[in-house]
Design a protein around this ligand. Structure first.
Ligand SMILES: [Zn+2]
Ligand SMILES: [Zn+2]
Length: 351
């Protein structure tokens, strides 16, 4: 009797120890990617996707990671935490559930077949008073899964392979190369394209809409600074360990990196890095004021308040609407870039 049904097509034989062996092929999504999940439980967000080369021409040259032609047996690297391991360690929980559901279905079917054979319908013989007939029940269904949609697709600048991640990632899963600046560049380009769309916004919604739009762009610059510094800080702190202490420090970040002086303090105290060293004092002051403007936009409808006047050392009048100009945002973005590039260098994250 066949034990395997759903799993039969994947059966490849027996191991020397007598265990059944299966080979389940990758099931790429419509973008040609398969989901992977980092086995390191402390890693966040763990899920990413890698592109499966379709043709031989697409297959990469051998890299330092010794990517062999059998991708299923290659080592890969978690783009978030850098954990390195065999491809087989990186199955997603959904993929495992799918395989388990096939095994479960096969198991139920085998049990039902056994009963069916053992309890074939028969007429009661002379002297017997019972006839049993076995009616098989509904088999458990095979689970289906779809890979998650990840907006950020990256092509590694070192090995040319493609992969997709959530937000910011540090490594290429194929060659391990430091790719964080590719992410920065992408985020910067998005802000630049939003700034470029200012004219269309003005045409459609007038001066007020443009002002609102510029406020949003400024928020994006602050978020860029905050998001990258959060990631850089967390990664460096985790690497320095110990784990529990690192977790405590990371928890303290909250929204603190929206304020330049606090971010500066965290980096000096915990990582011995002066994040604003690449900026002149004027540039630093300019950035500080820009960040304060963002605070006013988010929390006071863009109207100058007492706190802003005190901190920004500004000549503006109370209650007046703040000017948010494109050249200022662009300049701020340029300074943020200077800082982040230097951080990445000092933390040794770009190789
Ligand atoms: Zn990881
Ligand atoms: Zn690479």
């Amino acid at each position: 009797m066949d034990i395997f049904h759903e799993m039969k097509k994947y059966w490849t034989g027996k191991s020397p120890e007598g265990h059944d062996k299966f080979s389940i092929p990758f099931r790429p999504d419509e973008d040609g990617m398969i989901g992977r999940e980092c086995p390191n439980e402390d890693c966040q967000p763990r899920y990413f996707k890698i592109h499966i080369p379709e043709s031989d021409e697409e297959k990469p040259e051998k890299t330092e990671n010794d990517m062999n032609n059998d991708l299923s047996q290659s080592d890969i690297i978690c783009p978030y935490c850098g954990h390195r391991g065999n491809m087989q360690e990186f199955h997603t929980r959904e993929q495992i559930k799918w395989i388990k559901s096939m095994i479960e279905r096969d198991l139920f079917k085998s049990i039902q077949d056994t009963f069916k054979q053992a309890l074939k319908p028969s007429r009661p013989r002379n002297g017997s008073f019972l006839s049993i007939e076995f009616k098989p029940g509904i088999l458990p269904s095979v689970r289906h899964y779809i890979e998650e949609k990840l907006r950020r697709e990256v092509e590694c600048s070192k090995c040319g392979q493609k992969y997709a991640v959530y937000g910011i990632a540090f490594h290429c899963p194929f060659c391990g190369g430091g790719n964080i600046l590719i992410h920065f560049e992408r985020s910067k380009q998005i802000i630049m394209s939003l700034l470029d769309s200012g004219d269309i916004i003005k045409e459609k919604g007038g001066e007020e809409a443009l002002h609102h739009h510029m406020g949003n762009c400024l928020e994006d610059v602050v978020s860029l600074f905050e998001g990258f510094h959060k990631s850089l800080y967390s990664k460096a702190i985790i690497e320095r360990g110990p784990h529990e202490e690192a977790e405590k420090k990371i928890k303290r970040i909250k929204t603190n990196f929206q304020r330049l002086s606090v971010a500066e303090e965290f980096f000096i105290k915990d990582l011995d890095i002066e994040i604003f060293a690449p900026l002149s004092s004027n540039e630093r002051e300019f950035l500080e004021e820009l960040f304060l403007k963002r605070h006013v936009i988010t929390h006071n409808l863009g109207l100058v308040d007492q706190k802003y006047l005190e901190k920004a050392n500004s000549m503006e009048s109370m209650g007046r609407e703040l000017d948010i100009l494109r050249p200022d945002i662009q300049k701020g973005l340029e300074f943020v870039e200077k800082v982040i590039r230097e951080d990445v260098k000092l933390l040794g994250l770009y190789d």
